[in-house]
Design a protein around this ligand. Structure first.
Ligand code: MG
Ligand code: MG
Length: 613
């Protein structure tokens, strides 16, 4: 379907916004009045710029507080509306958004409101304009889409239709299932916005916390499915008021927005039976099976010796150095880690390689979601792993049967690797992402790999709340957590440092593993006594167990599904390793323990620095 975006979604001037929308690949835009008012360009110049950029000007908005008013006020409103039609003529536009009256309405009579809408539509007709009437969730008398449709029906004018905005429907927990009852030709426009459930008032929620489809908790795919079933064929427009977007690089936000429109259309295709002809209106993405296995991880580090020692203490085997590059392969059980040295860049997960059926299909899907391709030249006898950059800069690589032999380049014996008796496996990844890339990274990763987002959570750290988002594959093979962190994170001395991410490895014998690893040189993050006192009180544990766990730095949780034991290594640069043991069918991550860990890391870092002076 044709794609569009309201200029209010983006930072920058109107002209910069238009450039970014065109560069991202949008077909058109909604002109937000306040963007035009502050622009030095004349309407004719904006129109010419849109032409040059190949953008259509789809909707002029908003025209507030038109209907449900006294005759006297309505006459003034019509004059105001006529002035906008004249402006729109200069812009070469023909569709204006009229949200339901939330400010000046005094008349709740549907007959009068419909009559005023009809008069407005008659005026529009004289200018060859059309009016899209939208029910604001906080409209005084009209606040449901169904009511707006009843009024449009009653007004019965060819230049009047409805605008459906997902935020106004879902934020009131309204039922979108009657959308297919509205004739497609009367749905003049559609605005898509998602949001997290923040339990706040509608107006501030809408004005500050809308996010792109897929980045919140509304069932946007359901909404898109109903629209398609109604026969609506576009445009699909994004109308996102978001404080972060207003300060984020325009191009990042525009690319993220277009990605969300690709994702939502693909999602709706999945819900509509293939024999239904309306399905063809939804733009398809290259399809892949959901990804369930991480093939290997690459750690970029300026401390390769420390990293190698940490992996060694945890039972990883050093397999060898790449025959051409100075990167090293470590393997333990089903976990393969490539260490790649950098110069003073810290330590972090630089790439994640995923097992897929066909790496070219996966690459095509990632590219359709706007990801740039990684260029990694290889020699003729080397395996090429296709890869892309995620929005935050992390690389994703795709491994299929044709490239699964890549460890040979490190001197690995594949049979020997397969015969390993070590039962260690990857439990989850935790990746820090700056605030301005967070939503984009979450959406990109879940859309590319077909993961599902669980409910977002906030974790208290000594220096602010960390918002975290868990993504999981359908079979639970991949658990990937993004943490939203400040763009510039500093230690207590004000020096910029990498906010730590981590790799969590699952074992079946945590206490024994921990003891062995500590003997082999593992430095465990010490956990304060207060934690263990609380733990004992909460779970009624015996003294001996608690003392043993404290000596090993083990944290604990228990719920109806089972038990969870875990520990953290010291942080190297911007990365640490977590060891976890899940007992029974425990699926969580030890709620509350991350806050203990963050405080312990902060404390530990302090002591470390004092000590190293
Ligand atoms: Mg709207
Ligand atoms: Mg963890």
């Amino acid at each position: 379907m044709k794609t569009s975006i309201a200029t209010v979604c983006l930072s920058g001037t109107l002209e910069e916004k238009m450039q970014a929308c065109a560069a991202a690949g949008f077909d058109g835009i909604e002109i937000f009045e306040s963007d035009l008012v502050v622009s030095p360009s004349s309407p004719a110049e904006i129109r010419a710029l849109a032409d040059r950029l190949g953008l259509t000007l789809d909707l002029y908005q908003p025209f507030r507080d038109l209907e449900g008013v006294s005759d006297e006020l309505f006459a003034k409103n019509l004059q105001r509306l006529e002035a906008k039609f004249q402006l729109m003529q200069e812009l070469g536009m023909d569709l204006i958004l009229v949200p339901s009256n939330a400010g000046t309405a005094t008349v709740s009579d549907d007959t009068i409101i419909a009559d005023q809408l009809r008069q407005a539509a008659q005026l529009a007709q004289r200018y060859d304009m059309r009016i899209a009437y939208e029910a604001l969730a906080w409209g005084r008398y009209v606040n449901t889409y169904w009511h707006s449709w009843q009024l449009v029906q009653a007004a019965d004018h060819p230049n009047l239709g409805v605008c459906l905005d997902s935020f106004h429907i879902f934020s009131r927990a309204d039922d979108p299932s009657r959308i297919p009852e509205i004739p497609a030709e009367k749905i003049y426009f559609v605005q898509l916005a998602d949001a997290q459930d923040l339990g706040m008032d509608l107006l501030p929620w809408s004005r500050h916390h809308r996010v792109f489809p897929g980045e919140g908790s509304f069932d946007m795919v359901e909404f898109m499915t109903y629209l398609t079933e109604a026969g609506y064929t576009g445009p699909l427009s994004l109308e996102i008021f978001n404080d972060v977007f207003r300060e984020t690089d325009t191009n990042i936000t525009a690319a993220d927005g277009l990605r969300s429109l690709r994702w939502i259309q693909q999602g709706a295709r999945g819900r509509i039976t293939p024999d239904n002809p309306v399905r063809e209106h939804l733009t398809a993405m290259p399809k892949i099976e959901p990804v369930e296995v991480i093939d290997h991880l690459e750690i970029s580090t300026d401390s390769p010796d420390e990293c190698g020692a940490l992996l060694g203490a945890l039972g990883f085997k050093f397999i060898g150095q790449h025959r051409r590059k100075s990167v090293q392969l470590f393997v333990a059980g089903g976990v393969k880690v490539v260490l790649s040295p950098n110069v003073r860049g810290g330590t972090y997960i630089s790439s994640v390689a995923l097992q897929v059926t066909d790496s070219n299909d996966a690459l095509a899907r990632a590219r359709a979601l706007g990801a740039p391709v990684v260029s990694r030249p290889v020699t003729a006898d080397e395996v090429r792993l296709p890869g892309v950059y995620g929005p935050g800069g992390m690389q994703l690589f795709f491994v299929d049967a044709t490239s699964a032999g890549w460890p040979i380049e490190f001197g690995a014996d594949l049979d020997q690797l397969a015969a390993s008796t070590n039962t260690i496996r990857l439990d989850h990844l935790n990746v820090p992402e700056a605030r301005d890339h967070f939503g984009a990274s979450v959406l990109f990763t879940l859309a590319t790999l077909r993961l599902t987002a669980l409910e977002g959570q906030d974790v208290a750290s000594p220096r602010g709340l960390v918002h975290s988002q868990v993504l999981e594959s359908p079979e639970g093979g991949i658990r990937w957590i993004f943490n939203q962190v400040p763009r510039i994170y500093t230690n207590r001395s004000g020096e910029p440092v990498r906010y730590p991410g981590h790799i969590a490895l699952a074992v079946s014998d945590l206490e024994q593993r921990a003891a062995t690893a500590i003997d082999a040189g593992l430095a465990v993050l010490p956990i304060p006594t207060n934690y263990y006192v609380d733990l004992q009180a909460r779970f009624g544990l015996d003294d001996e167990t608690v003392e043993r766990w404290q000596s090993l730095g083990i944290l604990y949780d228990r719920n109806a599904d089972g038990e969870f034991l875990h520990l953290y290594s010291e942080t190297i640069g911007g990365l640490f390793i977590e060891l976890v043991q899940r007992v029974g069918s425990y699926r969580d991550y030890g709620p509350g323990n991350a806050a203990v860990r963050l405080a312990a890391q902060e404390q530990h870092e302090q002591q470390d620095r004092v000590f190293s002076r």
